[in-house]
Design a protein around this ligand. Sequence first.
Ligand code: MN
Ligand code: ZN
Length: 502
Amino acid sequence: MQVNVQAGAIQEVSSDLVVVNLFQGVDQPGGAAGAVDSALGGSLRELIAIGDFKGNAEEMALLYSRGAIPAKRVLVVGLGKPEDFTLDVVRRVSAVVARKARELGVTHYHSIVHGAGTAGLDPAEAAQAVVEGTLLGSYRFDIHKARPENPEPELEALTLVQLDEASLPAIQAGVRVGQVVAESVTMVRDLVNQPCNFCTPTLLAEAAEQIAAEAGLAFEVLGEREMADLGMGALLGVAQGSNEPAQFIILEHNRDRSDLPTYVIVGKGITFDAGGLSIKSTGGMQGMKLDMAGAAAVIGVLHAIGKLDLPLHVVGLAPATENLPGGRAYRPGDVLKSMSGTTIEVITTDAEGRLILADALNYAARYKPQAVVDIATLTGGSVVALGHVAAGLMGNDAELMQTIKVASEQTNEKVWELPFFKEYEEQIESSIADVKNSGGGDASAITAGLFLRKFTDYPWAHVDMPGMMASEGTSGYTVNGATGFGTRLLIQWLRDRANQAS
Ligand code: MN
Ligand code: ZN
């Protein structure tokens, strides 16, 4: 979908549909809504007066212009209460508008930039949010349907119409960022929504290679032979139960720029998690194609960083394998030797994510990073603690975690810090190896984090997000299926790092 920006007054635009907005509690519309209302002879004021439009967030009213203005239809969307208004309201409102436009069969519509006027948001950020909401809210994944259920034509173009010419450059810039971010999240959703037979470790690596080429990134993949040479015994331990070869995907932006600060992001890429010999139930296995959502997010983030050409050296690591109970599968009780030399007693083969991350986190050290962030669908414990509202945040560096919280507020991809109290450490002590891969059910998100900490010797943060990777329904810019969670969060975090460095 194309996004254009033009200067002008929305009531003068010729279009199949123009979009304006209204806060809750306003009975005399001003700004663009007021101008449209006056041109239409007060039909919006009439709706408000008789109580048919209240301005609740995401509420919509459709007006027909009957020749009073060049546009055929006017969609008024509610912004809710002014005191509750945020960038995320802009995203959600833009998403419901996009779906409404598609439902109407409109393929090109015109909208003001919600929030950039009297609401007082930064015009670039508001424009970015409009584009993100529009593109993510109209996302569909129907490539496997022989007969798609949605007869509505795809949206082709959105034109943002801005009266105040002074803010046009900021809006252009925001649109550009929003397009890159939304395109990256869309790629992530596509990868995560793909069934496992369309997204094996090898196919994931191939997709990453294509994305790398498109975004101008360096691409490399380590095969099992190279992993063995490096001593990645934890990752290979998980991989040995599957016939699909493991892949260690490496994407790099500004690979040759040793003058730039280096950040590494790492994502768990279990393309299917059957639990291994500690096999899951039929129900527990449902949805386990999503267990590579961390790796997909890393690939998407690197895509965005490359496209935005951030002045940072950024490395994305995505260890990818299946976790299956094949004849050569690793067993509960086995001891695996990780790349760091730390030995791991396997308590359950279903705690596989931390094993592949252990070797990836150890590998990350070679880049001498300023900071490393990993993102993973790691523990049911984080879902018990935080539900489907926030991901768990842990780490060894309070300042680093603070910067992630800042990016979280900006993107509304919520994280909440879980503590690393010393008392938890004994849960993962092993009598025969250096550490156990499971500390049992109590505080399991935290003990998984403490396990990972053993493989880090740099500022590090960990995002545990299995509750956030998919949605069962459609609401705002979240649509049924993969959410792409973490992608916007880490793009924002890296943009903040770049701003801070320059
Ligand atoms: Mn598992
Ligand atoms: Zn898993």
